[in-house]
Design a protein around this ligand. Structure first.
Ligand SMILES: CC(C)(COP(=O)(O)OP(=O)(O)OC[C@H]1O[C@@H](n2cnc3c(N)ncnc32)[C@H](O)[C@@H]1OP(=O)(O)O)[C@@H](O)C(=O)NCCC(=O)NCCS
Length: 412
């Protein structure tokens, strides 16, 4: 023990407590802040945004309405939603110099890297960048939510040697993304499915990328700096990058096995060799992720519509066999997460594999921005706090005087 700090007990009581040097690698189970935005009940497989169950929002809401809910703590009236949608549409236009900058990048650049690089470039075009009022931050959030899809779609066009496509203001946020990606008016059912996917991915409490955003803006850095960090965190294969890995895993299986009956042995072999079954397991859910159930249903419908029944059959068999294997190994809590069926859903929509994680970002940007506003304005706690955890030093130590610096010629 060393010194004292203020803590808040689980009953909400503020206390001064001795600092206890506990090490918790990965911060599992450590509560670092309060939030009013979303909650994950990992034991019961429940996700809520601002009090509403994800199943309800996926069924009845749209991405635009959900983004409003995340930012305003309540559902909009009809007029409020109309106004919000109008603001999003008006903000869709990406300044030409941003695309000009992207045109200089090598065509093989990863879309998540391009997106991460584009976010600070977008910052330079934001008239409210230096204004740290709440109102200005909400305006920045609207611009980011509106423009990130255009950046992802624009990069796809640029690397194909085509010009970015302008907004089709008659289309929804999801429909317009598909339009800007392909230059073809999307099938309304596919656009609605993508809209539901955007609702499902919009927020997820203190996941790694959201925490990265909050941590960065806790230093009073601006919203774009926080969002760039979020994009970087999301790109990893243990986080948003898992959807792409599931699809690659599926294609790998397809090329390696003769029939679905070989999947049991494939799964066992993969786990035995210490490799991950991507799209399974979660840091918080100890049962099936509720988003995965909705995506599974969507995958079934799309498989029939697009003739990809084999992909659906293989994935459901991987799920069954993995559940059986994990249970047999005493890990029954490892179940499908949001990434298990989303990759295949995107593939059935004709979306390239490396655009799958960027689609996660297109949606999660709404949650990131809501969290950044909550963090900056301490909307769920007394005052803003700068995150500053500690690490135990386990490196070389030569006492308080430090190790003797040897001149280069004396170093053997
Ligand atoms: C998401 C994830 C990092 C959560 O991990 P966690 O709660 O910290 O749990 P751990 O990684 O410590 O896993 C606990 C054990 O289960 C195993 N495990 C967890 N998920 C697994 C998976 N998908 N495939 C194989 N083994 C898995 C781990 O290897 C570990 O085994 P060990 O105790 O023998 O070392 C993990 O489940 C994972 O890597 N999943 C695959 C990637 C993925 O889909 N990510 C998207 C998350 S939304």
């Amino acid at each position: 023990m060393d010194g004292a700090t203020n803590v808040i007990t689980s009953e909400g009581e503020k206390k001064t407590a001795a600092i206890v040097r506990l090490k918790n690698i990965g911060l599992r189970g450590v509560t670092v802040a309060d939030t009013k935005i979303s909650h994950v009940d990992g034991e019961n497989g429940i996700l809520i945004y601002r009090g509403y169950r994800i199943e309800e929002l996926a069924h009845s809401s749209t991405f635009e309405e959900t983004a409003y809910l995340l930012h305003h703590d309540r559902l909009p009236t009809e007029n409020e939603l109309r106004e919000f949608v109008k603001e999003l549409i008006q903000a869709r236009q990406v300044p030409e110099f941003v695309f000009d900058a992207l045109k200089h990048l090598p065509k093989e650049s990863l879309p998540m890297d391009v997106l991460q690089a584009a976010v600070p470039i977008l910052a330079t075009a934001d008239p409210d960048l230096g204004d740290e009022t709440r109102e200005a931050n909400v305006a920045k959030a609207i611009r980011l939510i509106a423009r990130v899809p255009a950046i992802v779609a624009g990069w796809q066009r640029i690397r194909e040697g085509k010009a970015p496509v302008g907004s089709n203001d008659a289309l929804s946020h999801a429909g317009n993304f598909l339009w800007q990606l392909t230059g073809i008016e999307p099938d309304p059912e596919i656009a609605r499915d993508l809209d539901t996917i955007l609702v499902l991915h919009a927020d997820h409490s203190f996941n790694a990328s959201t925490f990265a955003c909050r941590e960065v803006v806790s230093t009073r850095a601006h919203m774009y700096a926080g969002v760039a960090a979020g994009v970087g965190a999301l790109s990893g294969s243990l986080h948003g990058g898992a959807n792409e890995r599931v699809m690659k895993m599926l294609l790998e299986i397809e090329s390696e096995i003769k029939s679905a009956d070989d999947i049991g042995a494939w799964v066992k072999n993969r786990i035995d060799s210490g490799r991950k079954i991507f799209g399974m397991g979660h840091a918080v859910y100890k049962t099936v992720d509720p988003r995965s159930k909705i995506l599974k249903q969507m995958a079934r419908g799309l498989a029939e519509k697009t003739g990809h029944e084999k992909w659906y059959e293989y994935l459901t068999r991987i799920e069954e066999e993995s559940l059986r294997e994990f249970a047999a190994r005493g890990k029954p809590g490892i179940s499908t997460n949001v990434d298990f069926y989303s990759g295949v859903v995107y593939a059935m929509m004709g979306i390239p594999i490396d655009i799958m994680t960027p689609i996660f970002a297109i949606s999660r940007i709404s949650g990131w921005c809501a969290h950044i506003v909550e963090e900056k304005f301490a909307e769920a706690q007394d005052k803003p706090a700068l995150y500053r955890p500690e690490a135990e030093y386990v490196g070389h130590y030569c006492g308080v005087i430090g190790c003797t610096y040897e001149p280069m010629e004396a170093r053997g």
